[in-house]
Design a protein around this ligand. Structure first.
Ligand SMILES: Nc1ncnc2c1ncn2[C@@H]1O[C@H](COP(=O)(O)OP(=O)(O)OP(=O)(O)O)[C@@H](O)[C@H]1O
Length: 268
């Protein structure tokens, strides 16, 4: 009998989100906020009466389901506060889900503008530490070091790589973060607005690198407010609005609807 589950060219799932809800809890919104009694109350009443204890719930993602496959580059779009970064963090395993499940193949890496590099250490040290944190060996880092520095362009205007990160402009720091993260072939790479921070020529290089990463069989998620970046990089788009998945489909189809939505004067 034919085995229908293993056809040639079968698409391999890398991330599965199944009915995902994500809720933030914000402390200190009730009466007596910040006081020791309020804090004690929160501990004692935990779970039973969050509201009475001054805990506000922010329901950031609601019942979102999708399946991402190997080789796909998926854009996440939506107006401010629609839940894009929250969803990305949950896929990276940095936020718990309230309901539903997220399954991933391999360890997803979140590459955000806020990725933790040490401000007091030099760019050079950060390249080494960042590489180690991603699971690269010392030998691998040594081998890739020059490539990372060249890609970042940090040394184009002088020997900045041997200066502490705090002396870098925000664009330079973002470029170094992206370069470190992009040095490794990731199973699932999550990019949050990183492309928007560099200048145009760096954005071009990053887009190229994302395309390369895709070729190496990974899956890339890109959160961006630049429809152009999404068009240039992604073949599929998830559109979130108020935490709900409004559309999931080919880039052009989804962007067409999204552009109509954002152009309308009374969209909320
Ligand atoms: N740490 C937090 N605590 C409480 N609420 C939060 C927290 N982070 C985000 N939120 C809320 O969750 C919702 C979704 O935020 P999120 O940052 O995921 O949106 P976004 O689509 O990435 O927005 P933007 O395009 O502005 O970056 C918003 O209502 C926001 O206020």
């Amino acid at each position: 009998m034919a085995d229908n589950t293993k056809q040639a060219g079968e698409r391999v799932p890398t991330v599965i989100a199944d009915g995902v809800d994500i809720v933030y809890r914000v402390n200190g919104t009730g009466a007596g906020r910040g006081s020791a009694t309020a804090a004690l109350n929160r501990i004692l009443r935990r779970g039973r009466a969050e509201k009475a204890a001054g805990v506000r719930r922010v329901h950031a993602v609601r019942n979102v389901s999708f399946v991402a496959h190997r080789g796909e580059a998926i854009g996440l779009i939506g107006t401010n506060g629609s839940g894009k970064s929250t969803l990305l963090k949950a896929v990276a395993g940095l936020l718990p889900v309230e309901r539903g499940r997220i399954y991933t193949d391999g360890q997803p890496s979140l590459l955000g503008v806020n990725a933790a590099l040490m401000n007091d250490l030099t760019g050079e040290r950060n390249v080494h530490l960042g590489g180690l944190a991603m699971g690269m060996s010392r030998a691998q880092i040594k081998e890739r070091y020059q490539e990372i520095v060249d890609f970042s362009g940090i040394n184009d205007k002088g020997d900045f790589i041997t200066l502490p990160m705090r002396t870098y402009s925000s664009g330079m720091a973002a470029r170094l973060r992206f370069s470190i993260a992009a040095a490794k072939d990731h199973d699932v790479l999550l990019v949050d607005e990183a492309l928007a921070t560099g200048d145009r020529s760096f954005q071009k290089r990053s887009e190229e690198r994302i395309r390369e990463l895709r070729k190496h069989a990974g899956t890339v998620f890109l959160v961006s407010h630049s429809n152009k970046s999404i068009r240039d990089t992604c073949d599929r788009v998830l559109w979130l609005e108020r935490g709900e998945l409004r559309m999931d489909g080919p880039t052009e189809e989804v962007l067409k609807e999204y552009e109509k939505f954002t152009a309308a004067p009374t969209r909320r």
